[in-house]
Design a protein around this ligand. Structure first.
Ligand code: 6PG
Length: 476
């Protein structure tokens, strides 16, 4: 019997593209899908990509794998994943590995890893980013799991991963149990934020400055040659330049303006709340999607709530102002995302290296961008940075951009164009750099109605004022 280097369970487009990617890199790939027709389809259409071992039964699939067995599952998150894991585990032996490449919640990954560890099986929760094309031609891969599993699995994943401009594979073991899926979740949160900011830039230039989509497509292409060079800017130019065949209108005008979401942005925000990390850019982006889809409220408000609707007088320089505001806000989004990973390190006892995260996002993934080289260098140069914004290079960028940033947010407010992403990012920046925040007043209020106590600026200790009495202060 032939023995496969790795196997893939679940041959929908992501699974089959990953299987083809493994095969194209010279690995023998076992493939299994619940409906055998899908497996046959893969072999019929792409069998020429390399050496596949198709199986109709899961037991044969497992038997066709070299020891220690490596089975990558690409099935629906939730119950389907649990069911496949259980069926595989029953057929496997200690030392074997189950790799979950889907967008699983990291808490589920932790649970599954702990349960399988008891049975001697390695469970490797792995983020895979880059969509269908990335899966086939080189995704960014974010594995968690044991160091032992990475010894034999790592080289295979690294071989099929995207390569950064300096040639290093965009695949690094990030830490035990849920670390990989956590990093992928934050990647998606940043993706939400980035997409929202680009959306706001588009809205400001279209509704505010009256620039048509074809022209905007050129502006985004131009931006893609500078600091903003990134996959998301590149595809924005493509989408804006596309004309709907049926109507001859700009494609962007015929699409219903209700953004969907599968949940990873929401998870990022939920967990950030638990960790107490202000990921305001990601939160605003997630809420903006919810607002867009809140049809009942929107229908009740359009034509009822009054205000300006773009179309204000804007100077020629506004386009470049928006570019700078976008760049600065984007840096804030990344800074917040990295803070969340650092907080998770402390909470879950991980040691995820922020420089390695930035490095493996440089190619293959959805948020790949030229400036990730700078972020990588910033974390590697000083892993103890209190915030990415404090890295000299980024301090300089946001300092230089801030006049434009403020003009853009002011213009947006005047024009009645919602820019929750730009505004939240600027407010975060101003919040961080404020010597005094109104939190002092909030502490006073809390102490007033709930005796929640406060600390003083001038001496150590915890204090309470007798608000309903003589207003004397006691030290507790
Ligand atoms: C990626 C993407 C991928 C997927 C998102 C889309 O990194 O390849 O992030 O994981 O496209 O799940 O998420 P929404 O449907 O929530 O926008």
């Amino acid at each position: 019997m032939r023995t496969a280097d790795i196997g893939v369970v679940g041959l929908a487009v992501m699974g089959s593209n990953l299987a083809r990617n493994f095969a194209r890199h010279g690995f023998t790939v076992a493939v299994y899908n619940r409906t055998y027709a899908k497996t046959q389809e893969l072999i019929a259409e792409h069998g020429g990509d390399g050496d596949f071992v198709p199986s109709e039964e899961l037991a044969d699939f497992v038997a066709s794998l070299k020891r220690p067995r490596k089975a990558m599952i690409m099935v629906q998150a939730g119950k389907a994943t649990d069911a496949v894991i259980e069926s595989l585990a029953e057929l496997m032996e200690p030392g074997d590995m189950i790799i979950d490449g889907g967008n699983a919640h990291f808490e589920n990954t932790r649970r599954r890893e702990a349960a399988l560890r008891e049975r001697g099986i390695h469970f490797v929760g792995t983020g895979v980013s880059g969509g269908e094309e990335g899966a086939l031609n080189g995704p960014s891969i974010m594995p968690g799991g044991s160091a032992e599993s990475y010894e034999s699995l790592g080289p295979i994943l690294e071989a099929i991963s995207a390569k950064a401009p300096d040639g290093t594979p965009c695949c690094t073991r990030l830490g035990p149990d849920g670390a990989g899926h956590f990093v992928k979740m934050v990647h998606n949160g940043i993706e939400y934020s980035d997409m929202q900011l680009i959306g706001e830039a588009y809205d400001l230039l279209r509704r505010g400055a009256g620039i048509e989509p074809t022209e905007l497509s050129k502006i985004f292409s131009e931006w893609n040659t500078g600091d903003l060079d990134s996959y998301l800017i590149e595809i924005t130019a493509e989408v804006l330049g596309h004309t709907d065949a049926a109507t001859g209108k700009p494609f962007v005008d015929v699409v219903l303006d209700q953004a969907g979401q599968k949940g990873t942005g929401r998870w990022t925000v939920q967990i950030a709340l638990d960790l107490g990390v202000p990921v305001t850019g990601i939160a605003e982006a997630t809420f903006a999607r919810a607002l867009s889809s809140g049809t009942r409220q929107r229908e009740g408000a359009v034509g009822v709530l009054s205000g300006p609707d773009g179309g204000v007088d804007l100077p020629e320089s506004f386009v470049d102002d928006v570019r700078q505001a976008l760049y600065a806000s984007k840096i804030v989004a990344y800074a917040q995302g990295f803070d969340q990973i650092a907080a998770a390190n402390a909470e879950f006892g991980w040691d995820i290296d922020l420089g390695s995260c930035a490095a493996l996002w440089r190619s293959g993934c959805i948020i790949r961008a030229g400036f990730l080289d700078k972020i990588t260098a910033a974390w590697r140069g000083n892993p103890g940075l209190p915030t990415l914004l404090a890295a000299p290079e980024f301090t300089k960028i946001v300092t230089e951009a801030q006049d434009a940033w403020r003009r853009v947010v002011s213009a947006a407010v005047q024009a009645g164009i919602p820019t929750p992403g730009f505004s939240a990012a600027l407010a975060y920046y101003d919040g961080l750099r404020s010597k005094r925040l109104p939190a002092a007043l909030i502490q006073g209020q809390r102490d007033f109605f709930g005796a929640h106590t406060y600390k003083r600026v001038d001496r150590e200790g915890t204090f309470h004022t007798e608000w309903s009495g003589d207003r004397s202060e006691t030290e507790l």
